[in-house]
Design a protein around this ligand. Structure first.
Ligand SMILES: Cc1cc2nc3c(=O)[nH]c(=O)nc-3n(C[C@H](O)[C@H](O)[C@H](O)COP(=O)(O)OP(=O)(O)OC[C@H]3O[C@@H](n4cnc5c(N)ncnc54)[C@H](O)[C@@H]3O)c2cc1C
Length: 342
């Protein structure tokens, strides 16, 4: 039996599968179907390239703020299920600065649930400090898949040209968690979906133990510690709208290194190898495409052929890890609501 098919094996597809199980669905009735699976790398697979921590990147619309809050306050359940921080999900302090003070609605929401929350005045603009969640994204995805497989969920590789191909004979509900793929997938063809390209420089920095971010009108500079990674530190970044390139560029890496070391001078001053940018040990440089969407995320239920259900869950842009558990909770609620046939 495959009553439920989750199309997409990025963080949104895995969160959605986890939520199905949390709602009591039999894991043996769930198949995850995707072109790219944990362990793969492709510019068409955003999840391994994320920073990825809980930050203040999201907009201040009520729905997104609620998805953030749900995720932040429920990640400990997932962390526990996957065996604790060594699954690649740990907690570090984060300091975030804005050039312009965020809206009262956003600040009130953050202050209502972020742990160790405080306003800081030592920075260039408005700032807060709090205890964040940090993912080792590629490692965490693999552990998440293993956890779900051990429960009985089936993972299958395959590329769909039309969403209708996801329905097997006994499938009642399909979740469309295809990220950027929703743009070209037949039966969906969502032209509101577009990429926001990012490039990051990964360095080895055991001497840095927290996150730091700065948000401007047209830039984002961030330093994210990657847990259980042999001391990797992610330095970013860029928000290139509607740029489909997975290529990396040296001048962009140089710009990232200059901005991040200005924001967080201890990256250099505490480096045992030396205090210039040239002394940093660069592990790799990568570019990824955030699956953005005009109008925000799409979490929506449709009826297909009278008795089959399609639930869309995509468009998480730069916040799939930090808002995705809340998004998944809503998608699964829509799938299961008042439907005795499911
Ligand atoms: C540089 C960078 C930094 C980031 N930092 C952060 C951060 O710090 N915190 C945070 O929360 N988020 C961050 N993000 C954003 C985060 O990575 C995304 O929001 C998230 O990965 C989106 O997940 P997804 O599952 O929707 O998409 P994806 O990971 O792209 O997965 C899509 C899945 O759908 C499958 N698929 C697509 N089309 C088809 C098809 N036709 N047939 C079969 N399968 C298909 C793919 O194979 C894949 O399995 C960052 C992203 C980038 C690029």
């Amino acid at each position: 039996m495959t009553k439920y098919v989750v199309v997409g094996s990025g963080i949104i597809g895995l969160y959605t599968t986890f939520c199905l199980l949390q709602h009591g669905v039999d894991p043996y009735q769930v198949t995850v179907l995707a072109e790219y699976l944990p362990g793969d790398e492709s510019v068409n697979y955003a999840s391994p390239y994320a920073g990825g921590n809980f930050s203040c990147i999201t907009d201040d619309d009520p729905a997104t703020l609620a998805y953030d809050k749900h995720t932040y306050t429920h990640l400990h359940v997932l962390q526990r299920e996957l065996g604790g921080p060594a699954c690649g999900l740990d907690r570090y302090l984060s300091t975030e600065y804005w050039d312009t003070k965020p809206s009262r609605r956003k600040l009130d929401s953050l202050a209502s649930y972020l742990e160790c929350y405080e306003v800081v005045t030592d920075g260039p603009a408005y700032g807060i400090r709090f205890k964040s969640w940090n993912f080792n994204c590629p490692f965490f995805l693999l552990n998440f898949q293993i956890y779900l497989q051990d429960k009985g969920v089936r993972f299958k590789r395959g590329k769909l040209s039309h969403i209708a191909q996801a329905y097997l004979a006994d499938t009642r509900c399909v979740f469309n968690c295809t990220g950027l793929g929703a743009h070209g997938l037949g039966g969906v063809n969502d032209t509101a979906v577009y990429p926001t390209r990012g490039q990051v420089v990964v360095v080895k920095a055991p001497h840095v133990t927290e996150n730091r971010m700065r948000w401007g009108a047209d830039y984002a500079t961030y330093v994210i510690k990657r847990p259980y990674s042999n001391d990797q530190l992610i330095l970013g970044g860029f928000m290139h709208k509607d740029n489909w390139s997975g290529d990396t560029f040296r001048d962009q890496s140089n710009d990232i290194l200059a901005r991040t070391t200005e924001l967080f001078p201890e990256i250099l001053t505490r480096n045992p190898r030396g205090s210039s940018i040239a002394d940093l040990e660069v592990v790799r440089v990568v570019a990824g495409l955030r699956p953005s969407r005009h109008g925000g995320v799409r979490i929506e239920r449709e009826l297909v052929d009278h008795n089959k259900i399609l639930v869309h869950n995509y468009g998480a842009s730069g916040y799939g890890y930090q808002a995705g558990l809340g998004m998944a909770h809503e998608a699964v609620r829509l799938a299961l609501m008042g439907d005795s046939k499911i």
